[in-house]
Design a protein around this ligand. Sequence first.
Ligand SMILES: Cc1cc2nc3c(=O)[nH]c(=O)nc-3n(C[C@H](O)[C@H](O)[C@H](O)COP(=O)(O)OP(=O)(O)OC[C@H]3O[C@@H](n4cnc5c(N)ncnc54)[C@H](O)[C@@H]3O)c2cc1C
Length: 351
Amino acid sequence: MHRLRRILTTAFLGGAVALWAPETPGGPALREPVEQVIVVGGGPAGYTAGLFAARAGLEPLVIEGADRGGQPMEAPRVENYPGHPDGVAGPVLMAAFRRQAERFGARFLAQDATALQAGAAGSPHRVTAGGRTLAARTVILAMGARSRRLGVPGETELAGRGVAFSTRDAQGFKDQDVVVVGGGDAALEEALALARSAARVTVVHRRTTFRASRILLDRARAAPNLRWRVPCAVQAFQAGPGGGLAKVVLRDLVTGETGEVAAQGAVVAIGQTPRSELLRGIVRLDAQGYVLTEPGSTRTGIPGLFAAGELADRTYRQTVTAASYGCMAAMDAERYLAEADAAAAPPRSKL
Ligand SMILES: Cc1cc2nc3c(=O)[nH]c(=O)nc-3n(C[C@H](O)[C@H](O)[C@H](O)COP(=O)(O)OP(=O)(O)OC[C@H]3O[C@@H](n4cnc5c(N)ncnc54)[C@H](O)[C@@H]3O)c2cc1C
């Protein structure tokens, strides 16, 4: 097995990278530039990991993806990010995240990573992006997640104009008629939260049984302004004369009949999919595809590979928590590098 030997530091992609040479008995040493830290993902978790790794002097390369900025790019107003008492537009917030990481030396590649190869014990990991394969001692995975969509007419067209994928992006819906689609805990939590201020909430679910926990179901059943349309499927979202959502077209799955529910708001809460396709067979994933990390850390179980944000977080799913995970991953990577360097350092003379 090759033992890797650090031989010098040089400039690569505008930053500092180490050159490593596998010691090949009888042959010329092969040299490749090796980044200290590559971050994959350009959302709150990835940019924050970039900021903290940059401030630690690791000059991280952030492979931020073709759709950089992450989910907040779809949020007209983020009202719960600390330090912004009047709220801030999602794209403005993400531009500030990126600028702050750049100021301390993070570098960016606006490409999607298309492959990841985990290095064997102590050797560099490899990430392919934009036709190049880059080596890194540590990789922070922060590819986030996508809300699942129903795929029916009007859903994309009316997103942000009545159709939302979580109450986090629902703009109020106070005193309005709202439809919530889904039968899990997330859907019923959304429905109960909305029922506090909406005029009426209609829960639409494809089955007559619910995956949601008993306690949530009982609370929802007790809410006076919440009603149920089951088993029903959404066929379309339709706009009114003002261009916003006005009606949700439903199909009864027993009789096949279609009908309409008047609604100015709708929340599609049928779950989300972590963007972990690249990681299958490399790191441990749960049944839904979320990266499993070691308790209390961002370590994935593969030395030098860390996971941050919604890629690994199925519970909190907020901008502030994703940013916090990014910070943790950068600190975990920094500690990992320091420990690896300390272990590789020659023993000090006692004289
Ligand atoms: C419409 C909407 C409104 C929201 N409003 C709020 C709010 O008001 N307050 C709040 O706290 N939270 C809100 N959220 C949730 C918040 O945006 C997320 O919790 C947060 O963005 C998660 O951050 P992340 O970095 O983990 O993932 P993401 O934001 O999903 O970012 C992941 C990034 O990685 C990139 N990526 C994926 N695959 C690759 C790849 N192979 N190579 C390179 N890059 C890749 C993606 O393109 C993306 O840029 C909202 C979400 C949505 C959808």
